[in-house]
Design a protein around this ligand. Sequence first.
Ligand SMILES: [Mg+2]
Length: 334
Amino acid sequence: MTTAPPDLLDRALGAFYGLALGDALGMPTQIMSREDVVRVYGTVTGFEASRSDNPVSAGMPAGAVTDDTDQAVIVARLLVEGGGHIEPLRFADELLSWEREMKDKGSFDLLGPSTKAALDAVAGGTDPKEAGKNGTTNGAAMRVTPVGIAFAADPLPDFLDRVVESCQVTHDTNVGIAGAAAVAAAVSTGVAGGTLDEAFEAAITAAEAGARRGNWIAGADISARIAWARELVAGLDEATALDRIVALIGTSVASQESVPAAFAVLALTGGDPWRSALLAANLGGDSDTIGAIAGAVAGSVHGLSGLPADAVRTLRTVNSLELAPLTAQLLTHR
Ligand SMILES: [Mg+2]
């Protein structure tokens, strides 16, 4: 195995730990309304334990990551084991055994709606290549970062083939793929040394092309909404911008809401990883996934050295999360 140049490895690690950072900061506020986040936490300024009344994250300690990080690790591991390719049936098996493990641990943070429906179909005998025909929520976008680490976004058709492999079994739709393509292309551009503006352009271009893949389902255009989201928050103070993201862009599990919401957060902070992850946590809704996406893109641009070292230490300790070996292996595909 050749060793990746230190700056490339730093940006790739920044993407992966940035994902975990946004995921863990958003963990306690997920599925809360923005009003409830303000009422309970005031402003989230760091890692918080989940309150016992959060039906998804109850029982999770401060700094704990959720399905976003867990499933991204599964994607990374399968890419490494498959020589850069993901075998659909194997992926379905891995996701199902992850959910079994979570249930055994007493966790309530289980598979999302598209993934659950698709894997039930696979378990019932549906061809894994057909199971994802209705999956439009953000599960593919939340776990796609390893694809952006492993592969260059150019040439785009080849890159999209890799993105689609990570989507197909659960999110084989124009909407699911467009959301994942946006995130993967932005991360890939950051890992390659691109600026935040260049990551935005890559996301907009890849989402537009990604929307021409997969089974067509009606849904707003993610490429256009990322460009619009950036404009929407331009020049606003943070509180006004957060309210506007909630009211107009939306923070639900719908890819066409949460993916543009993550890019709005990035625009608002100029791509600062810690600020991006924190702002996402303060949104509520699907805050952990919005944070995971924003954190991954911001981390890819600024590198692990641009993330607060004490926060990364917390992520490593609380979750026994050592991402360096997998990340180094992913980079051998570049
Ligand atoms: Mg989650």
